[in-house]
Design a protein around this ligand. Sequence first.
Ligand code: IPM
Ligand code: MG
Length: 402
Amino acid sequence: MVNSQAIETATEHFGNVLRQQLERVERLKQEPDWLDYQSISPIIIGMLGGDGIGPTISAETQRVLEYLLRDQVSAGRAEFRVIDGLTIENRAAKMKSIPDDVLEEIKGCHVTLKGPTHTPEQGDQWPNIETANVSMRKELDLFANVRPVRVPGENIDWTFFRENTEDMYAVGSQGINVTEDLSIDFRVITSQGSERIIEAAFAHAKRTGKTKVTIVTKANIIKTTDGKFLDIARKVAERYPDIEWDSWYIDIMTAALINPARQRDFQVLALPNLYGDILTDEAAQIQGGVGTAGSANIGKRYAMFEAIHGSAPRMVQEGRAQYADPSSLIRASAMMLEHIGFDELGQKLHKALDICGQYERKVVMTGRSTGATSQAFGDYIMETVEDASVEERWEAYANAQS
Ligand code: IPM
Ligand code: MG
């Protein structure tokens, strides 16, 4: 017997989801222009420690950045602001994924660097509030999750443009149990949301001298939503006749990324949110693990830079927080420097990270007392980045094909 009451309740719920999403589309049609950082002084950089190992790696990143930006800070071009309160304890006390006062402070900054925050899951000691990451991405409309993966010694230089506000994440907590046996979640893909991420990927390719953009979907099966993403890609690609593009399905893409015969074919990749979440963890592993990968969450008005890994509560419980690898967040801060117009500094910092973390490895981190501390690694980076031989050492790495 079909339960018509259940259908009616679910239909009403679905109607509400549709209404919210159509309202969102209207907002997307009135997007602001990109912020011009050149015209802003000082650029305010907010530091959010987060949970677990977050405060350790965030403090280390701030130390490195303050060192690199010492001239800009004293000239009044840049300013740091530490924002407390984006902790699981405070979020649980306020029952908010981002407490209002913290959100206000975040909005008072032009860019933020964020340590990992704990995401409550069913059955742990915390109330089931939405993840701070996803809330911040939605709240500040940080639609482009840009994740670079670089292994210069293998000629790997990928930049993923993961859509950050739609797909299964848009209404991930608004699914419905229609009956005890039937559960349905919703996937949202819009023309506007697809266009802005694909456009960002092509624009990045053009700006950085890349020649190809790869679109990843499963449009052969998920025909409507992935089909739209792919259609929009065709349209955007027409505006970039000098940039080649191709389209891959997510399953075979996961294989291609670890296929040495294919790896070098990819440059810039654009993909919907969930595929991007999964594929970028795999890609980061090729570079040395999620602990080495940084991520930029970029919107037209705000931008937030973070590690792609979690808060590692076990490291803190076992008293090992000081051995947490800060590379991910320092990597994110290199992206931040490039984003706010300090390109040269950002590129040098990227190179120092490649040299210290992958090539020379004079300070090795193991996550425990058998390896170096976060601070020792920060010192190593600071020494390397300002050393006159940084370019030369990086070239040596890039040419030492393994
Ligand atoms: C990431 C993380 C987040 C995501 C989690 C923590 C919500 O995995 O940034 O990739 O799924 O986006
Ligand atoms: Mg992830």
